[in-house]
Design a protein around this ligand. Structure first.
Ligand SMILES: CC(C)(COP(=O)(O)OP(=O)(O)OC[C@H]1O[C@@H](n2cnc3c(N)ncnc32)[C@H](O)[C@@H]1OP(=O)(O)O)[C@@H](O)C(=O)NCCC(=O)NCCS
Length: 225
């Protein structure tokens, strides 16, 4: 087993049972023990600054560890023109980074139609972006969850966006989505001026661990258990 193979534990219930995930912290050493990127991945990474290239490599490593947990091979995961990862046929997934941390989760498309993940430092979101991220009165509903409500909303909306983008190709402003607390996480409602967007099947979860806030959003596949 590779010395980089162990996943840090995730908060219970953050992801559905159909998901496999890998959360890891960059050891900071010259050789972090991650297998080399595939040529199709290197193409994207070559134009990145060193720190970003390392973050990209870390995320790909997490994704392959997660794929292995699903019993799938370590296939290349190129970056799409929209910058989202190109997952193998029949797979849905998501990647996120924060500082030295990276996480990836994957599931079979027959189980989940969409999946989004986000990790953030578990500290207050700068005040100057609150009005951009939070709708009036929205943050108050997330008081008492042990994390700055604005940070929670930022992360949860990023997860939701990553879940929906591959399904809709639709850009969303933070103000177009309103979140409400639900057991273990959140529900979402579209409240923008654009074409209606039904979000009643989207499931959102929130957790805290390792100094991070972690959020996930997914949509069960039609007909899945
Ligand atoms: C794409 C975006 C969500 C990334 O979030 P981030 O907090 O900046 O960064 P993270 O580390 O959490 O996530 C980056 C990863 O997201 C993935 N990603 C990038 N674009 C994506 C997209 N359009 N759809 C799904 N996943 C995407 C990639 O895997 C990327 O990492 P990689 O390039 O190393 O593979 C964000 O930059 C963005 O463009 N947001 C659009 C506006 C928005 O979020 N609106 C919310 C309204 S509800």
């Amino acid at each position: 087993m590779s010395r980089a193979a162990a996943s840090h534990p995730l908060p219970g219930g953050l992801l559905p049972a159909a998901c496999a995930a890998h959360l890891s912290q960059d050891p900071g050493s010259d050789d972090p023990g991650w297998p080399a990127l595939a040529p199709a991945e290197l193409e994207a990474s070559r134009s990145m600054r060193p720190r970003r290239a390392r973050e990209f490599h870390h995320g790909r490593h997490c994704a392959r560890q997660a794929l292995a947990r699903l019993g799938l091979p370590a296939l290349p995961l190129p970056q799409g023109e929209d910058r989202a990862p190109c997952w193998p046929a029949g797979v849905t997934g998501s990647i996120s980074h924060s500082g030295s941390w990276a996480i990836a989760a994957v599931a079979l498309a027959r189980d989940l139609a969409g999946l989004g993940l986000d990790i953030e430092p578990d500290d207050p979101l700068p005040l100057d972006v609150h009005a951009l991220v939070c709708r009036p009165g929205e943050a108050r509903r997330f008081d008492g969850m042990g994390t700055d409500p604005a940070r929670l909303l930022f992360s949860a909306k990023e997860s939701l966006y990553k879940c929906l983008w591959p399904l809709t190709g639709r850009f969303l402003e933070f103000s177009e989505i309103e979140l409400s607390p639900a057991p273990g996480g959140f529900t979402a409602r579209y409240c923008g001026q654009g074409a209606p967007l039904k979000l009643d099947r989207l499931i959102g979860r929130i957790g805290q661990a390792h100094g991070l806030v972690l959020t996930a959003a997914w949509i069960p596949a039609a007909g899945s258990g």
